[in-house]
Design a protein around this ligand. Structure first.
Ligand code: F3S
Length: 387
């Protein structure tokens, strides 16, 4: 792998042991995947942030590091809202350990925005090279924005943040961004909601694996694209997809899809996922809510009072810019929490059954929270939480 003089200095330990170890990690990764060089990145997004997922060994490793991020770097959701953890019922011992994880990341210069939707807070542009690790954020960056990132692990994203570069392989290269199969949706999707696209992603992710699908027959908006990609990254390992005439690369690049395998998807394969089981709590915001989603939830809750716990998750920066929507939601008794989500917070484990509007949460809640999950539209979620 070609390294420039600054890389050689770092590898020689002239910028400290942590940066040396981090670059060694990136070079080793690059060699495994055949990268010829490192490329500078515009930003990093670092997962491995909830104490629930990284535990004591992860915390010990983080506290052993000593360097500062050299590019903008954002932390993934943690196990609790930093300011309102008591209100969410978080165990004080867990809170103490989670605070130690947050302090370790802060010392490394990672911004404590704690979100899987950093693209709402910081400009990310077509063609930018990134090192992001949360799978839905990776999917959104590659597919909806047209930026370029592999699906990094937490350590490799952190290493890239501390060095400012990532190995150039995989989705950083145009040749690996071409469609590999066509998904033809045989349904009238003109009235589909975010949940319908989440359910489509849940279904398609199961057989697409880590290939690059090219969708025909759908016209999702950005929030619906967010739901589609997040779900495919959860039931499969899809890090990039294209939608004919909608996503930026499908508009700018004439991909030849003529020889590709075409897989039809029928409405019944989607609608069968909407099973009506009793639920104990409702959670919306996986991935974290956009301003439009917050406004929609506020509108649906107007004049209503919740009868079941209703959690809404969004980035603090998005909540701060949409205070009237957040206030209107909380007026009903629902909670709008930043920094965390229904999957990474241990507080959600108390509910045997949770209703969501997300294909990704439908896939993750049973494994990560130990309960059942039901998917419905945002309107259905609000109806169930207030009936
Ligand atoms: Fe984000 Fe948590 Fe869902 S990290 S994508 S809200 S599982």
């Amino acid at each position: 792998m070609q390294l420039d003089p600054e890389d050689e200095q770092i590898l020689a330990g002239e910028q400290g042991e942590t940066r040396q170890k981090m670059l060694e990690l990136l070079v080793a990764l690059g060699k495994v995947f055949g990268a010829e060089r490192l490329i500078p990145i515009r930003s990093a997004q670092v997962s491995g942030a909830s104490y629930k997922t990284i535990g004591k060994y992860g915390l010990d490793w983080l506290t052993s590091l000593d360097a500062k991020a050299v590019v903008p770097a954002v932390l993934n959701p943690i196990g609790m809202p930093r300011g309102r953890w008591r209100e969410m019922g978080i165990d004080p011992d867990f809170a103490k350990k989670q605070q130690a994880v947050v302090a370790a990341y802060e010392r490394l210069g990672i911004r404590l925005e704690c979100t899987c939707t950093p693209y709402y807070l910081h400009e990310t542009r077509y063609g930018d090279h990134l090192a992001w690790s949360e799978s839905s954020a990776v999917s959104y960056a590659n597919s909806v924005i047209g930026a370029r990132t592999n699906r990094e692990g937490g350590p490799s994203a952190l290493a890239a943040a501390l060095v400012g570069k990532t190995p150039c392989y995989g989705l950083h290269l145009a040749k690996n961004r071409k469609p590999q199969l066509v998904i033809e949706v045989h349904a009238d999707s003109s009235r589909w909601t975010i949940a319908d696209f989440g359910a489509l992603g849940y279904h398609v992710g199961k057989f697409v694996g880590n290939r690059v699908p090219f969708f025909r027959g759908i016209r999702p908006d950005p929030d619906q694209l967010k739901a589609l990609g997040a779900a495919m990254a959860a039931t499969g390992a899809v890090a990039l997809y294209h939608v004919e005439g909608i996503t930026p690369e499908s508009q700018r690049i004439s991909y030849d899809i003529s020889g590709l395998n075409v897989i039809p998807v029928e409405m019944t394969e989607i609608s069968c996922l909407f099973k009506e089981i009793p639920v104990d709590a409702v959670a919306v915001g996986c991935p974290h809510c956009s301003p439009a989603e917050l406004a929609e939830i506020a509108r649906l809750l107007s004049g209503k009072v919740v009868t079941k716990p209703l959690y809404v998750f969004a980035a603090q920066g998005v909540i701060d810019k949409n205070k009237s929507s957040a206030a209107a939601i909380e007026k009903s008794g629902a909670k709008v929490y930043a920094d965390t989500c229904m999957v990474v917070s241990p507080a959600m484990e108390q509910y045997p059954s949770i209703m969501v509007n997300s294909g990704k949460a439908l896939a993750y809640v049973p494994n990560m929270c130990g309960g059942k999950a039901r998917i419905g539209t945002i309107a259905d979620c609000i109806r169930v939480a207030t009936e």
